[in-house]
Design a protein around this ligand. Structure first.
Ligand code: GTP
Ligand code: MG
Length: 206
């Protein structure tokens, strides 16, 4: 597992509190309760790493995890690599002021973080992309930031439905010029975990 050994570094309320902007970073974004933290744990192979909850709005900070340095081969130095769990977006019961704060911070993070190599967008497979998902995909298209979509909670739908959701999403991404890939995923059933690990390691190395 290329994402094995991730360790909690810090939780930031503002961009300025993040670790030095060097090396490579991949951020986990998605609507509140979509399953971002659960996906991160499944990928790192460490259940209690990021805090998860049945209650939407659990992650209220940018939570940074460091990976062991990634070997790059061919005499190149190992790469400092991180995964960042972003606060969930779109939870109505979070006070408006806080929602505004996170909208600004996530926006600033995406625009200014030089070490950001790509976004892992977590989407509940049962619901077609919502406005926040669309916004993130549009942002990736506009800035040529690679994106990898995990259609998660696939254990909750039939196989055919999962395949149809993936096909529809891929078609939309192609039509909108989104530079990225998508797959079916389930944190609970372990579906697609290997594929996602490889893809994220690849994003970190680009
Ligand atoms: P916030 O931090 O609140 O934005 O949420 P999050 O996106 O980090 O979601 P989290 O990982 O905390 O998961 C939310 C709920 O969905 C929890 O009850 C999880 O157990 C559940 N969940 C997450 N992934 C899966 C999955 O693949 N399958 C199923 N059945 N449930 C899942
Ligand atoms: Mg979370």
């Amino acid at each position: 597992n290329p994402l094995q050994g991730a360790q909690f570094v810090l939780a930031a309320h503002r961009l300025g509190q993040l670790p030095a902007d060097r090396g490579a970073e991949v951020a986990f974004a998605g609507r509140s309760n979509a399953g971002k933290s659960s996906a991160l744990n499944a990928l790192a192979g460490h259940k209690g790493l990021a805090r998860t909850s049945k209650t939407p709005g659990r992650t209220q900070q940018m939570v940074v995890f460091a990976l062991p340095p990634l070997a790059q081969g061919e005499g190149r130095p190992p790469l400092e690599a991180r995964l960042v769990d972003l606060p969930g977006y779109g939870y109505a019961e979070v006070p408006a002021e806080l929602r505004e704060h996170w909208k600004r911070e996530i926006d600033a993070y995406l625009h200014r973080r030089g070490s950001l190599r790509g976004v892992v967008l977590i989407v509940d497979i049962r619901h077609p992309p919502k406005p926040f998902d669309r916004m993130m995909l549009d942002f990736c298209a506009a800035t040529a930031l690679p994106c990898h979509v995990l259609l998660t909670k696939a254990d909750k739908v039939a196989r055919g439905q999962a395949a149809a959701a993936l096909e529809a999403l891929r078609r939309g991404m192609r039509e909108d010029g989104v530079p990225g890939t998508a797959q079916v995923f389930s944190s609970t059933a372990g579906t697609g975990v290997e594929e996602a690990r490889e893809r994220i390691a690849e994003l970190l190395r680009t």
